[in-house]
Design a protein around this ligand. Structure first.
Ligand SMILES: Nc1ncnc2c1ncn2[C@@H]1O[C@H](COP(=O)(O)OP(=O)(O)OP(=O)(O)O)[C@@H](O)[C@H]1O
Length: 277
């Protein structure tokens, strides 16, 4: 067996998520390449969010997962199996090796704590940094996500920022402990189009740094076309198509993918067959 480093930061194989009575995700495969952005697209209810939550072992209590989700070590060929992992293993992964940002940044930000504290608390608790070192790192992080006047921003509260800046701060909080994987669930859906573009550009820059791989969950294929390296399209809990972005946007193989593309403004794809009805 080769001991070379795994090209995938996260490998999902045969993931099945089910309640007692329903199959939510029916056995999907997905490989998130290191330093890449992998888009997970599909209509509402297709199982995108549950797939992301399964990575963190945060599915609703009524659901169980089976199959495999392997998180590669940052260095070396070893990996951690997350499906069926113990609480201890999952606690060591959540927020540290895999972080998540949501549509609404308020979900990850405490309204009554200054931004600096929210960043440094994480770093001091998880990374054991001293106060001054954590503050320095917090300022550098805010700079990295392009929050203006990073030093001044440390003492401000979330409500003192615009929606786009709040999402950048939520991304900074997610990155505080240097995760290798970021799960971004509709991170730009609540933002104005112009602000959206800036946040997407930021995700692209973070991935291009090479140490972070991003699973970008969104129903919006327009967002995918802007930043994803590869796109997996889900429908009713199954993968209908998975391809590099160029290929998916220029020669989609599946009717459902074609119908999603046809719905994009300025699209040259025509809806066909059952999808057009
Ligand atoms: N707590 C829950 N208990 C039972 N079923 C749920 C629960 N939460 C979600 N579901 C179901 O799981 C399925 C997949 O939901 P999921 O949120 O993953 O879809 P999605 O593709 O992310 O869509 P959306 O973009 O609307 O969030 C849906 O049919 C939904 O109704």
């Amino acid at each position: 067996m080769s001991s070379s480093i795994d090209p995938a930061a996260l490998t999902i194989e045969g993931l099945r998520i089910a309640t007692r009575s329903h199959t939510i995700v029916g056995g999907i495969d997905l490989a998130l390449k290191r330093g890449g952005i992998h888009g997970l697209a599909g209509e509402s209810g297709s199982g995108k969010t549950m797939t992301a939550l399964a990575v963190l072992g945060l599915l609703p209590g009524s659901m169980t997962a089976s199959g495999s989700i392997r998180l590669a070590d940052a260095e070396g060929p070893a990996s951690t199996e997350l499906v069926g992992a113990s609480r201890g293993v999952l606690q060591g992964v959540r927020g540290r090796r895999v972080a998540m940002v949501f549509q609404d940044p308020s979900t990850s930000l405490h309204p009554q704590l200054p931004v600096g504290r929210q960043l440094t608390d994480h770093m001091r608790h998880h990374l054991g940094l001293g106060k001054a070192e954590a503050r320095q790192k917090a300022e550098a992080l805010l700079d990295r996500v392009r929050v203006p006047d990073a030093r001044g921003a440390l003492s401000k509260y979330p409500h003192q920022f615009s929606g786009g800046q709040r999402q950048r701060i939520a991304i900074a909080v997610a990155l505080a402990c240097d995760p290798t994987v970021l799960l971004a669930d509709e991170p730009t859906t609540a933002l104005d189009v112009t602000v959206q573009a800036g946040v997407l550009q930021l995700l692209r820059e973070l991935a291009d740094g090479g140490d972070l791989s991003i699973l970008l969950v969104t129903h919006d294929l327009g967002v995918m076309s802007a930043v994803a390296d590869e796109v997996t399209v889900m429908r009713q809990g199954l993968v209908v198509e998975s391809a590099p972005r160029e290929q998916l946007f220029t020669s989609p193989q599946d009717d459902y993918t074609r119908s999603l593309l046809a719905a994009l403004p300025g699209s040259s794809f025509e809806q066909t067959g059952e999808e057009a009805r």
